[in-house]
Design a protein around this ligand. Structure first.
Ligand code: FMN
Length: 430
């Protein structure tokens, strides 16, 4: 073959390979975006919502890259009965019956000597807002400082074991050492669980820990992260849509969690029968009451409906709120005409109740619940139904009914971005 012809072929092949590579690279983020329950076109490709491009692996050697690692705090007494706490990430459940927890400690830690001597420890599980205590307990030794005194945390003698627990932490687990193993750098203590105590504030309606309310800490790569957003129930992948395992996974990534919640909020009209807890509702109401209002009048009242008969009665009578028949709870946002006072005529209360409603809807999305705004105001017939069913006083004008529950995953967010809705008044900036 002629030399220049051969060079041309080589060059053309190289350009073709480069073009294909670039095209494939550009495709990857789009593939991730297509990850919706009904996207049967994604059937052949395993797509990930995480911020990584599969499947290019690099060996890192022997490193503790196990995720997620917990960041928990171990409580123990020293030989003089002084309470101490130490942070541990090398920890986890290691047996179901008897329920046991394994925690590994370096001999250099004060806690190691304490637990070896007493044979007991507590595991204290923090919420993410307690990260400063977790960090402190992991950076100073009880040999040098009194960590309870320095942090202001309160030691409580455990009920069943000879170890202290931290009063302010939402979950404490009392353990008795039944075995230990010398592993090298660490001694692994096996602690049989004797009792678990949980703050009522983080229990759901079934008396189980609501992880979204606990919001536990993750330790990873030298940093702390928070977690706790509900994503799916165990076993949901057993359902099939278009022949594919289905776990609701419609989330798109945004630059921060606030934007993610705003964009993932959707009107949820299909609920599972999983109950909603009083704590969850209170969290939504706190968000509602944090809304701005004209002259800070806060001209609202929130009626919480959880009784099945009342939810059904409202659902049967309100033509656009049939989803109440499935919902586990509802918040009825009312305008309070006494609080609105002289601003009543201008209708500011409508704007104020709208802001509160949007906050409630966003808060629901943020903890994995679903909700939908169903109007009462300005319809006389619907307002009458709500007023009569809930026996509202005259000063409380029903604004809307917000059915609440765990979403089935059928409702997905809409992309409502429309550039034509914007009028850029550029000349104003000139
Ligand atoms: C996030 C984090 C995780 C830790 N995990 C462990 C662990 O699993 N085992 C351990 O021996 N030390 C661990 N440490 C270090 C101990 O908490 C630290 O040495 C502490 O000062 C020991 O306290 P003490 O001497 O009062 O017992 C961890 C520290 C941090 C900050």
């Amino acid at each position: 073959m002629h030399k220049s012809k051969f060079l041309n072929i080589v060059l053309a092949t190289a350009v073709l390979v480069l073009t294909i590579l670039l095209a494939t690279k550009n495709d990857l983020p789009d593939m991730r975006k297509k990850n919706s329950p009904s996207a049967s076109e994604g059937a052949q490709t395993v797509v990930s919502d995480s911020a990584y491009i599969p499947f290019k692996k690099k060996s890192l050697g022997v490193r503790a890259e196990l995720y997620p690692k917990p960041a928990l705090v171990i409580g123990s007494y020293d030989s003089e009965g002084k309470p101490n706490i130490m942070t541990a990430a090398w920890i986890g459940i290691c047996n179901s019956n008897p329920l046991s927890i394994a925690v590994s400690m370096r001999p250099a830690t004060y806690s190691y000597g304490n637990v070896t001597e007493t044979g007991f420890f507590t595991v204290n599980i923090p919420s993410s807002d307690m990260v400063r205590y977790v960090d402190y307990a992991g950076r100073f030794s009880g040999r040098d400082v009194d960590k309870f005194k320095e942090t202001g945390l309160t030691p409580v003698k455990a009920e069943f074991v000879n170890a202290p627990y931290i009063k302010e932490f939402p979950i404490v687990i009392e353990c008795e050492v039944t075995a230990f193993h010398e592993l090298g750098s660490h001694r692994q203590f096996i602690g049989k669980v004797i009792d678990v105590k949980v703050d009522e504030a983080i229990l759901d309606a079934n008396g189980k820990v609501d992880v979204a309310l606990l919001n536990p800490l993750i330790y990873a790569g030298g940093n702390y992260y928070e977690t706790g957003r509900f994503i799916a129930e165990v076993g949901e992948s057993l359902h099939e849509i278009d022949g594919q395992p289905f776990v609701p996974d419609y989330r798109q990534k945004y630059v921060n969690e606030t934007l993610e919640v705003i964009h993932n909020r959707k009107s949820v009209r299909h609920f599972t029968d999983h109950p909603v807890s009083k704590q969850q509702i209170e969290l939504l109401l706190r968000a509602g009451m944090a809304a701005p209002s004209a002259v800070n009048r806060q001209p609202w009242a929130f009626y919480v409906v959880t009784k099945r008969e009342t939810l059904d009665a409202l659902g049967e009578q309100l033509p656009y709120a049939k989803m109440l028949l499935q919902a586990q709870a509802a918040i009825v946002v009312c305008g309070d005409m006494e609080k609105a006072g002289n601003l009543k005529e201008q209708g500011y209360w409508v704007q104020d109740c709208s802001a509160a409603t949007q906050n409630i809807l966003l808060a629901a999305e943020s903890i994995g619940l679903g909700a939908v705004w169903t109007a009462a105001y300005p319809y006389e017939d619907r307002s009458k139904v709500v007023t009569e069913t809930l026996n509202l006083p005259e000063k409380h004008v029903p604004f809307n009914v917000i059915p609440i529950g765990y979403p089935t995953g059928e409702d997905i967010p809409k992309d409502k971005w429309k550039a034509e809705n914007i009028v850029w008044q550029e000349h104003l900036n000139e």
